[in-house]
Design a protein around this ligand. Structure first.
Ligand SMILES: Nc1nc2c(ncn2[C@@H]2O[C@H](COP(=O)(O)OP(=O)(O)OP(=O)(O)O)[C@@H](O)[C@H]2O)c(=O)[nH]1
Length: 375
């Protein structure tokens, strides 16, 4: 993955984590509200000063998390969501708060569930169980301590509350394990789907290459050339001109007849190798059909284009096909220039006329039909 897309992914992740943190803060706010309701209806067994101190303490603990998220310090931890730390902090605050509730303690137990739900989809089952044990032993110790201090008004209710919390936490642990297994399965499916997509994309690319390539020479085929050339023509700016040439191997039928079809094939491959060596990256050479080839040279002048075609013709004169002796090789070239708004078929026809001229003048030469090129 590139550095840019990595940092974009990290930004998106931080955004999501901050949203989750916002939900946690909202839960703290609502619990603080409940705490104050308990205070005003007389269920909170401490002074207003203690209630204020607890509210400020909880807010301070959240500011620490906020600072970690904003400074991106959370990214240094194995789990940047800091879910376990947030859940343990919230459980500690809740257990301390429940210590100050007496009669309302049972109804406040539900807050344990809200806190644990934060970890259901995020925490690995082992860590989730650890948090559940922390919640259970925290609440049980609170009741044991109060029982030891003879502060429990109704011990039977306290025993019932501890048992209910044990059942609820056990259920949540099972649910978290199930949810994590589902999540894992979905992740595996997503990876498998991605792998299938990559394979399909690779096959599509291979198919496209196959559909665009001439099997014998490895050059572009006629269809692909026409598509590329039309595209080049459409994108041409005014005042710019491209060179277009048809190249035909001379007396090729004779090579086939005398030396065999395989030798003819080798000559075609030799021409492709010579053309590749003579031309530059942006130039387009394609097999137009049989022993005929077509060349498009972008942004060129008539003399530069002629020089390029001459070079190619001479290079082919000196080429020696590997493994066969077919005598001297030559080709004839018909050249023209293409301008903006020129019709590709017309241009090909002009090149064909020039090729005909080159053949008629004795072959192994270049001829041009520049006229009518100023469309
Ligand atoms: N070996 C081989 N021969 C091919 C292929 N495609 C076409 N040909 C042959 O190329 C020959 C072309 O012959 P002609 O069109 O008469 O042209 P030529 O003999 O080169 O004569 P000029 O072009 O007038 O110099 C034919 O015999 C085709 O069978 C191919 O893929 N491989």
């Amino acid at each position: 993955m590139s550095t840019r897309s990595q940092s974009a992914t990290q930004r998106t992740l931080q955004g999501l984590l901050l949203k989750r943190f916002g939900m946690a803060v909202a839960t703290y706010g609502l619990t603080a509200l409940l705490c104050w309701v308990g205070f005003f209806v007389g269920l909170f067994q401490a002074t207003a000063q203690t209630a204020v101190l607890m509210t400020l303490g909880a807010a301070a603990s959240q500011l620490v998390f906020l600072a970690l998220f904003l400074s991106r310090g959370n990214l240094r931890f194995a789990d940047p969501s800091l879910t376990e730390a947030q859940v343990l902090t919230a459980l500690t605050w809740l257990t301390l708060l429940l210590g100050l509730f007496d009669e309302g303690r049972g109804s406040m137990l539900v807050i344990y569930v809200l806190i644990m739900l934060f970890g259901v989809f995020q925490l690995p089952p082992r860590v989730f169980v650890r948090c559940a044990l922390f919640a259970f032993f925290g609440f049980a110790s609170l009741n044991l301590y109060e029982g030891y201090q003879l502060q429990l008004s109704t011990p039977s209710v306290a025993i019932m509350q501890v048992c209910v919390l044990a059942v609820v936490l056990t259920w949540l642990c099972l649910f978290a394990t199930y949810a994590q297994a589902m999540r894992q399965r979905m992740r595996q499916r997503r990876f498998a789907l991605q792998a299938h997509q990559d394979t399909l994309r690779g096959m599509m690319r291979q198919l496209e290459d196959l559909a665009a390539t001439d099997e014998l020479t490895g050059l572009c085929n006629r269809r692909h050339f026409l598509r590329l050339a039309s595209h080049e023509l459409e994108g041409m700016s005014r005042g710019c001109q491209h060179g277009l040439a048809l190249l035909d191997l001379d007396h090729f039928k004779r090579i086939n007849d005398v030396h065999g079809h395989a030798a003819g094939d080798r000559v075609l491959q030799t021409f492709a190798a010579v053309a590749r060596a003579c031309l530059r990256d942006g130039d387009v050479i394609a097999r137009y059909g049989g022993e005929e080839f077509v060349l498009l040279l972008p942004n060129t002048e008539a003399d530069q284009f002629s020089a390029c075609c001459e070079r190619l013709r001479e290079a082919f004169n000196h080429a020696e096909p590997l493994g066969v002796r077919v005598g001297p090789l030559s080709l004839s070239i018909g050249m023209t220039l293409v301008h903006k708004d020129d019709d590709l078929d017309d241009a090909l026809q002009r090149a064909d006329q020039a090729l005909y001229q080159a053949k008629r003048d004795g072959r192994n030469r270049c001829a041009a039909t520049w006229e009518d090129a100023d469309a």
